[in-house]
Ligand binder design. Sequence first.
Ligand SMILES: NC(=O)c1ccc[n+]([C@@H]2O[C@H](COP(=O)([O-])OP(=O)(O)OC[C@H]3O[C@@H](n4cnc5c(N)ncnc54)[C@H](O)[C@@H]3O)[C@@H](O)[C@H]2O)c1
Ligand SMILES: CC(C)[C@H](C(=O)O)[C@@H](O)C(=O)O
Ligand SMILES: [Mg+2]
Length: 353
Amino acid sequence: MNYKLAVIPGDGIGPDIIREAKKVLNKVGEIYGHNFEYTDLLAGGAALDAEGIPLPQKTMDVCKESDSVLLGAVGGPKWDNLDGKMRPEQALLGLRRGLGLFANLRPAVLFNELKAACPLKDEIIGDDGLDIMCVRELTGGIYFGKRGTEGTKAFDTLEYSEEEVRRIAIRAFDIAMKRNKKVTSVDKANILDSSRLWRKVVDEVAKDYPEVSYEHMYVDNAAMQLIRYPKQFDVILTGNMFGDILSDEASMITGSIGMLPSASLGETGKGMYEPIHGSAPDIAGQNIANPIATILSVSMMLRYSFNLEKEADAVENAVKLVLEKGYRTKDICAGAPSIGTDEMGDLIVKELK
Ligand SMILES: NC(=O)c1ccc[n+]([C@@H]2O[C@H](COP(=O)([O-])OP(=O)(O)OC[C@H]3O[C@@H](n4cnc5c(N)ncnc54)[C@H](O)[C@@H]3O)[C@@H](O)[C@H]2O)c1
Ligand SMILES: CC(C)[C@H](C(=O)O)[C@@H](O)C(=O)O
Ligand SMILES: [Mg+2]
C-alpha cells in the first residue's frame, strides 16, 4: 500500500526526533511492503521565519490531502514575544481544529524496564507496570473560547457545548470497552458551569455503557491521585486544558515526557501524530532528545489510521527490546550511561522484525 504522509518537523528538537521516526517508518515499509510517501512542510517558528505566518495555507492544504500527519514540535524562545495569533503554537491549534481532530489519545505506559526512571516508589507501581489512557478533548474549551485584552485586563473564556462533550465522552467509553472498562471523568464541576454541563453529558453517555464503571473526579484531586495511586486509573476523560496538564504529569510516571506519544483523531481515519512534549529548546541540537515518544506516535499512526496492527506491534516490540537490552537516552538513564537520539533510532530500526 501507498500512504501519503504530511510531515511537519517544526522547531527545536522537532527535526531530530522526526528524522528517527522516519527511519523507523522506512524500515516498516521495507519489511512489510508498504510505501510511505512524505511531504515535508513548514509550521510553527520555522514557518514564521520562512513565510511570516505560523501555519501557511500550503501546509494546511497538504495535511488535508494526506492520509495522516506526523508532527515533531513547535515553538521556542525566539518567537516567545510575538502576539498571540502569530505565535508558533497557533499552528497546532489551527491544524487540530482545521482537521477536525477533537479526540486526543495520550497513553501513559510504564515499560517495566524503565521502573528505575519512574520517580514513584516501587510499592506504588508494583510489578505489573502502569497503563493509563488519557482522552483529552482537543478542539474546544478555553483554547478556543473568546479572548482578548482590554486596557489593563485580559480574558480567556471556557465554553463547551453538549455535542462537543458527547462525542469525546463516547470516544472515551468506546476505548474503555477495549481496555479495563473504567472511565474517570475529570473536571472542576464544583466551580465551573461548563464542567457541570460536562458531567451531565458524561452521565447520559455512561448509560449506554453499563459494563463500564465510571466516576467523576475534580481535577485538583486527580492531579494528586495520579501520584498517590496511579493504578486506580484506566481511561481518564477530560477537557482540553486539564488534559494538557494531566498528561504531562502522567508522562513523568512513565519515566520521562520523552516517552509519551499521542494520536489526534476525528470522525475519519485521518489523524495527527505527535509526541506530547514540546520543542525542548534547552536540549535542541545536542543529539540527546529521546525519540521514543515520536516513534511510538508512528506506531499509533499505523494502528489507528492505517489499521496496520502487526506493524504497530512490531514498532512497540522493537522499542521494548532496545530498552530490555539496557539502552537509554539521557532523560531515562537514571544516572547510568546514555546514548544519543540517532543511536536510539538506529537501535530501534535494527530490532524491527
Ligand atoms: N506539541 C508541541 O509542539 C508542543 C508541546 C509542548 C510545548 N511546546 C512548545 O515547546 C516550547 C518549550 O516548552 P516547554 O519547555 O514548556 O516544554 P518541553 O516539553 O519542550 O520541555 C520540557 C522539559 O522536558 C524536556 N524534554 C522534552 N522533550 C524531551 C525529549 N524528547 N527527550 C528528553 N527531554 C525532553 C525538555 O528538555 C525540558 O527540560 C514552547 O515554545 C512550547 O510552547 C510545543
Ligand atoms: C504547545 C501547546 C499548544 C500544546 C497544547 O497545549 O495542547 C502542547 O502543550 C501539547 O500538549 O500538545
Ligand atoms: Mg502540553
